[in-house]
Design a protein around this ligand. Structure first.
Ligand code: AHR
Length: 520
């Protein structure tokens, strides 16, 4: 048995296939890897399609139950996920967002040029965003406009959010109804400035980034230097395998002086085998299934690629990689407005989410955060809404099952992955990650990628007398099964337990499933 990171497992599995339905996992419960930051469970909410309007915000006069205009059903569901941070207001939207349009009694109406030319009423702005994240007990990841805005405009916005009422910025905020300054956990210094954010050369971006890092000051006394709650500035980093921004930003960081710094480097990487995205989100076949999972597993090598460059400039790993846009990007649902990026969400997408969390966990030494795109109604959403109706997606359920991983300690595992092959694609049959939660309990996450064969997984735990193995498993009739408003429970977690004999646990892992079990 060998320690098999998933990519290597795939290669080995080709050379020496194991007997089907016979997977072994070995865990030394005394071992400890790095902490898996809860921030990898961050989410992304952009002014895009019905992600905000309709999905989160319905306005105080709506018939849909709401508190101060924010949907109560969506808030209740999201609160369950203990989302550590919400990235807002974009995305490409942020690259053209002028925050003053969205504060005060008079809101300007603008055009959302990136996303279908929709009319943007700006009725959801800074105050409404903070109200929303307060309702779901989350924290703010604000992306400032480095594309079309000025440094002064961004600095004024951060001052508006964080200054106390001794200054005009704080007084303006108070006049609009909020006396206390807000806290900002992350400040995104731009968005995709290599693309929709202005198509800047890395050098041009680095110059701008330094000035934003210096001048976009957080004045909240609760976040002062030494408070332990200092705002983390996240620079724009790479897109997929393009290393130019990684090199330029990290080199600049390694040569920085006292006047500026960053506390994160962003990576954007979607699971999208072809551009423009054209694979359907419903009714797809096994060919699409295998292709999408193969593509998503590339996240592992991609993180390794950028980590190696970051290690060169930052061997002590002070700057975390923040994968602040990830998820599967599919064809838009037929009949939905073009540019609204509305897609269904299947069991396959739930498996894909779990595989990515496992990859982030294995790279916990460098990956300090991640934000799935996006929260409601857009791309790989947790929640879909249609007027008053709401449904929870398989991706939602995986997020909930993975709650014990928040701030857990990674425990390395050895496992034989077996294999799953379709056409010319060969993938690991099973993925496994172990971790110790903040209360000290040991957990094992298993993903069975094989759409038709259940696996008997033998788990050998040393250093802990395991008596019980219990948790939840998510599967469904088919890999393309979805939850709908009429049938919302087609893909839902159910309990799973594994018998324990002589310290060995056996888990009957259904085909196409994700299981998360506590080993006690
Ligand atoms: O999530 C949709 C879009 O994808 C974001 O606005 C942009 O940053 C990325 O290209």
């Amino acid at each position: 048995m060998k320690i098999l990171p998933i990519a290597a497992a795939a290669l080995l599995a080709c050379a020496a296939p194991l007997a089907a339905q016979d997977v072994t996992v070995a865990i030394d419960a005394q071992e400890s890897g790095p902490q898996i930051s809860k921030q990898i469970f961050g989410q992304f909410a952009e002014h895009l399609g019905t992600g905000i309007y309709g999905g989160v915000w319905v306005g105080p006069d709506s018939q849909i139950p709401n508190v101060r205009g924010i949907r109560t059903d969506v808030v209740a569901a999201l609160k369950e996920l203990k989302i550590p941070n919400v990235r807002y207001p974009g995305g490409c939207f942020a690259d053209e967002y002028h925050w003053r349009d969205g504060v005060g009694a008079e809101r300007r109406t603008t055009v959302n040029a990136n996303w279908g030319g929709a009319i943007e009423p700006n009725t959801f702005g800074t105050h409404e965003f903070f109200d929303f994240i307060d309702m779901i007990d989350s924290e703010a990841f604000i992306s400032v406009n480095v594309g079309s805005g000025t440094i002064q405009e961004a600095a004024d916005w951060v001052a508006y959010m964080t200054a106390d009422t001794r200054s005009s910025a704080g007084q303006d905020r108070a006049a609009n109804g909020r006396e206390e300054p807000w806290e900002i956990l992350y400040l995104g210094l731009g968005n995709e400035n290599w693309g929709c954010g202005g198509n800047m050369t890395p050098e041009h971006y680095v110059d701008l980034m330094k000035r934003h890092a210096r001048f976009d000051r957080n004045y909240n006394p609760a976040q002062a230097a030494g408070s332990g709650k200092e705002m983390r500035r996240v620079a724009v980093g790479p897109s997929d395998d393009d290393t130019r921004y990684t090199e330029a930003v990290m080199k600049a960081w390694s040569e920085r002086d006292w006047s500026w710094s960053i506390e994160g480097l962003s990576l954007h990487s979607y699971t999208v085998p072809e551009w423009p995205p054209s694979l359907p989100s419903v009714g797809f076949d096994e060919g699409d299934y295998a292709l999408i999972l193969k593509t998503t597993l590339e996240m592992d090598q991609r993180i390794a690629l950028h980590s190696a460059i970051m290690d060169k400039y930052d061997p002590e790993k002070q700057v975390p990689l923040i994968v602040d846009e990830w998820g599967v990007w599919l064809a838009e649902d037929p009949g939905t407005p073009e540019g609204f990026l509305q897609q269904q969400n299947s069991l396959r997408d739930g498996l894909l989410a779990a595989l990515n969390f496992n990859i982030f966990a294995r790279h916990a030494d460098r990956v300090g955060g991640a934000n799935i795109a996006q929260m409601v109604n857009v791309l790989q959403a947790m929640i879909l809404t249609d007027g008053p109706k709401m449904v929870l997606t398989p991706t939602y359920h995986v997020h909930k099952m993975y709650l014990p991983m928040q701030d857990a300690v990674h425990v390395p595992v050895e496992f034989d992955a077996d294999e799953y092959a379709h056409g010319d694609i060969t993938l690991p049959g099973v993925d496994a990650v172990a971790f110790r939660d903040t209360g000290g309990k040991l957990w094992l996450s298993l993903v069975n990628l094989d759409p038709s064969s259940a696996k008997e997984v033998a788990v050998d735990v040393s250093g802990l007398n395991v008596r019980r193995a219990e948790g939840e498993v998510l599967t469904g009739p088919n890999v393309n099964s979805i939850n709908t408003y009429d049938n919302p429970a087609t893909v839902e977690p159910r309990p799973i337990a594994g018998p324990v004999r002589a310290g060995k646990v056996t888990v009957d892992l259904p085909a196409k499933s994700v299981a998360v079990l506590a080993l006690e």
